[in-house]
Every structure is written in structure tokens, then in C-alpha cells.
Design a protein around this ligand. Structure first.
Ligand SMILES: Nc1ncnc2c1ncn2[C@@H]1O[C@H](COP(=O)(O)OP(=O)(O)O)[C@@H](O)[C@H]1O
Ligand SMILES: [Mg+2]
Length: 200
């Protein structure tokens, strides 16, 4: 019964191998195993020596240990592994939603471990987009207003007309030009996903 309450000596999780090599991340237990022959240019993601430990009922729960990962710009990556192996936790660290206990998490050249809470908020607003499994659209707002709301927060310098025009353009770009006035309940899963993802 206590299987899910991992103790201090829990081994580091490893990630599975069911994805083609070209799409796999280089997760390793040792920084030495990190890819060194990177193509020219700075990696968009560079994680090294990352530990993520939570205090659960006064005991350390080691969720990630000594994780290394490097992703190049435009590279498509799938993180694979059994349930509970730490995929979501790693994504939370990359998104600046949780903080690594130790190690470095560089995304687009910014070391997230060194940012204040306010700086992390700005990082999430301007640098990184997240599409969650559940879309977190606001049910009472149309697709246009859901997209416009995010833009209004990110770009307070725009007029309402400019915001709406940009939101409309972004929805058209993902094939939802005829759905701008629909509320989330009237959108399919794929359309909701698209509404949650346009980055005007
Ligand atoms: N906030 C938390 N409190 C306690 N345990 C957590 C918390 N977040 C994640 N875990 C535990 O960390 C492990 C990894 O979880 P998770 O990152 O969600 O794995 P995955 O996404 O690969 O299924 C699991 O054992 C999970 O129960
Ligand atoms: Mg998960």
C-alpha cells in the first residue's frame, strides 16, 4: 500500500524507449551522458543535474534525480516513460510552474532556477506556451474572447480592436475562422486544443 509513497532510496526514474530515436529526449542519470555534439546554435532547453524532491509528510520524496536534457530549436521531442516516472514533473520544471530542488533549467537562455516568482510569471507569459490535457478555457467566453483574454494580459498596449483582430487572425490560422463566436462547450476536443494554443 505504501508503494506510491516513495522513500529516500527510490531509484532514479528512467524513461522508456517506444519512440523513434530521432524524437527521444536525451534524459540521463549522469551529466556526462548529455549530448555533447550539439548542432550549431544554442539549445532552446538545457537541463543539467536536476533534482526535484518534495517533502511529503516530513519525508523526502525524490521525484527526479540528476536529470539532463538538451533540446535544439525546432526539434520535436516526446518524453516517454511509465506512469509516475516523472514526465509531468519535468514539464512543470521546464514551464516554470515548479522549481527544481537543485541543478540548472535553461529555457531560451533563461535560467529558471534563478528567476523570482514575478520573473517566472513574465517568462510564462511571453516565452512559453503550455497546452494542458484539459484546456482550461473559460466556459462563458467565446473562442475569440478566450484567445483575446490571454493577449490582453500579454499585450496591454494594444487597443481592444487590435486585440480582437489579432485573436481572430490566430484562430483563423488554426482553422477556426468559423468558430470564433462559439463557446468551449460547442467546440470539439481538437478545436478546444487549437483555441488553447494559438499564439498571436
Ligand atoms: N505534488 C506532489 N506531491 C506528492 N507526490 C507527487 C507530487 N507530484 C508528483 N508526485 C509524485 O511524483 C511521481 C512522478 O509523478 P509525475 O511527474 O506526475 O509522473 P508522470 O507524469 O510520469 O506520470 C509520482 O510518484 C507522483 O505521485
Ligand atoms: Mg503525467
Amino acid at each position: 500500500m505504501s508503494d506510491d509513497n516513495r522513500a529516500e532510496d527510490t531509484p532514479t526514474h528512467s524513461f522508456g524507449s517506444s519512440v523513434p530515436a530521432s524524437q527521444k529526449v536525451a534524459l540521463s542519470e549522469s551529466p556526462a551522458a548529455t549530448r555533447t555534439a550539439s548542432p550549431p546554435g544554442t539549445p532552446i532547453v538545457a537541463v543539467s543535474g536536476v533534482d526535484y524532491t518534495l517533502d511529503v509528510a516530513g519525508r523526502p520524496l525524490h521525484i527526479l534525480r540528476n536529470v539532463a536534457l538538451e533540446v535544439q530549436p525546432a526539434e520535436v521531442v516526446a518524453i516517454v516513460g511509465p506512469s509516475g516516472s516523472g514526465k509531468t514533473s519535468l514539464l512543470m520544471l521546464l514551464a516554470g510552474l515548479e522549481r527544481a530542488t537543485s541543478g540548472r533549467v535553461l529555457v531560451d537562455g533563461q535560467d529558471l532556477t534563478a528567476l523570482s516568482d514575478d520573473e517566472l510569471t513574465l517568462f510564462r507569459r511571453h516565452t512559453l506556451g503550455i497546452v494542458f490535457q484539459s484546456f482550461h478555457l473559460i466556459p462563458s467566453l467565446t473562442a475569440l474572447d478566450n484567445v483575446g483574454l490571454a493577449l490582453e494580459i500579454a499585450r496591454p498596449d494594444l487597443t481592444l480592436a487590435q486585440t480582437r483582430a489579432a485573436a481572430s487572425e490566430a484562430l483563423a490560422a488554426v482553422g477556426l475562422a468559423d468558430r470564433v463566436h462559439h463557446r468551449p462547450a460547442a467546440l470539439s476536443g481538437a478545436s478546444s486544443s487549437a483555441s488553447a494554443s494559438p499564439a498571436p
